[in-house]
Design a protein around this ligand. Structure first.
Ligand code: PMP
Length: 426
């Protein structure tokens, strides 16, 4: 059955609320390549939205999962626990930044991780309020959606939102929002809306993902840390998209020198198997009562086995260094095109969490139309790209960190050709 026929069936059978970026149907995937229902091969610069950082079907991940498959697939850790869950918690407690005793809970999705971080912060502080950022993304559940700083499509029609969630502007110099602006807004918030003594948590992405790949300035995070300490507020780093070598470090917070109290993880942790986690200060993690956290599938044995292999592969293949090298090559190529493509307003991102932002030449307004044209042109040439940003005018590059040099070079050529052609036609 071809793509068009499958697409027609999808439209009949699946809620339209589940959006899709491409209308090609996956049949097979290997490292950084996907083959569709018509036998066409694509280079994957989405990696399942920053999930298969270690590539599709990494042999070590597959071997670990196969071995677990032959032992047991599910007991529910809350009923009959298993050593691999405990060991993975030990490994994350050691790996997550922070020179203090840590504990971990496993859940299944990124949204569940951010939900649970709020539950933990509330239980530990006895406070209710949460401060998040405009442009941030934290999931589609009620608290995740409420903390997300983008209305359409995430909140449209779903209100009322959870109470006691406040948003600050995220400092993005490119858009004229300085660190001082964001801190002044926080000061106003504390004066006008919420007593800092009632705030349980700040939640921040060290690099905003869905919001547009904007890196939080280290100085701003330092200030947020100081304010959190002054008022007894828990600092949550949402590393769901930034985690697991993507930014050239295992965690993006390592780049900033700032330590969060709680870290949320998902996506890259499982290398394609659904697993998420909250790791943080042991005393905070122990604040909720026994039975207050968890879930039937949290820390599923197959996903735990995959996560162990992912951590091994990141270390063995030095994927942090690989992320830096790939990102440097991509950014260099994009910079070389800036003259030929006047829509390029910014090229950015640490490691291989890179993006290019487009505006209309002269006017400087967000160029979502151009962004879409580039994405579609690249797809026609066999490269899967994703957009992001509150205005949909950013293309993000999220290839597996294991992508072979030759395939990466091919992708760079497609990116260049797509940008040049779309600029010439604009
Ligand atoms: N937090 C961040 C930073 C994310 O990027 C995402 C997913 N894009 C989530 C939370 C939610 O993760 P999930 O889709 O697994 O619920």
């Amino acid at each position: 059955m071809g793509n068009a026929e499958l697409e027609a069936r999808r439209r009949q059978a699946v809620s339209r609320a589940v959006g899709v970026t491409t209308e090609i149907y996956a049949v097979r995937a290997e490292n950084a390549e996907i083959w569709d229902a018509e036998g066409r091969r694509y280079i994957d610069f989405a990696a399942g939205i920053a999930v298969v950082n270690t590539g599709h079907r990494h042999p070590k991940v597959l071997a670990a999962v196969r071995e677990q498959l032959d032992r047991f697939t599910h007991t529910c850790h809350q009923v009959v626990p298993y050593e691999t869950y405990v060991h993975l918690a030990e490994r994350l407690n050691a790996a997550v930044p922070g020179d203090f005793a840590k504990k971990t809970v496993f859940v299944t999705t990124g949204a569940e991780a951010t939900e649970n971080a709020v539950k933990i912060a509330r239980a530990a502080t006895g406070r209710a309020a949460v401060i998040a950022f405009a442009g941030g993304f934290h999931g589609r559940t009620f608290m995740g959606m409420s903390m997300t700083g983008k209305v359409a499509p995430y909140k449209t029609g779903f209100g009322p939102m959870m109470p006691e969630v406040y948003h600050l502007p995220f400092p993005v110099a490119l858009h004229g929002v300085t660190e001082e602006d964001a801190l002044a807004a926080l000061d106003r918030l504390f004066k006008a809306d919420v007593d800092p003594a009632r705030v349980a948590a700040f939640i921040v992405e060290p690099v905003q993902g869905e919001g547009g790949f904007y890196e939080a300035p280290a100085a701003f995070l330092r200030e947020l840390r100081a304010i959190a300490d002054r008022h007894g507020i828990v600092l949550v780093a949402d590393e769901v998209q930034t985690g697991f070598a993507r930014t050239g470090r295992l965690f993006a917070m390592e780049r900033t020198g700032v330590t969060a109290d709680l870290t949320t993880m998902a996506k890259g942790l499982g290398g394609g198997f659904p697993i998420a986690a909250v790791t943080g200060r042991a005393e905070l993690m122990d604040a909720p009562g026994t039975g207050g956290l968890g879930g039937t599938y949290g820390g599923n044995p197959l996903a735990v086995a995959a996560a162990h292999a992912v951590l091994d592969v990141i270390a063995e293949e030095d994927l942090c260094a690989r992320a830096e090298a790939l990102g440097a090559r991509l950014k260099q190529r994009l910079h070389s095109l800036a003259g030929a493509v006047p829509q390029i307003a910014d090229i950015r991102g640490p490691g291989f969490m890179n993006a290019v932002e487009f505006t209309h030449p002269g006017a400087g307004t967000p160029a979502a139309d151009f962004t879409n044209a580039v994405r579609q042109r690249a797809l026609a040439k066999g490269l899967i790209l994703l957009s992001c940003g509150v205005y949909g005018n950013v293309i993000r590059f999220l290839a597996p960190l294991t992508i072979p040099d030759a395939v990466f070079g091919e992708a760079l050529d497609i990116i260049e050709a797509s940008l040049r052609e779309c600029a010439a036609e604009a």
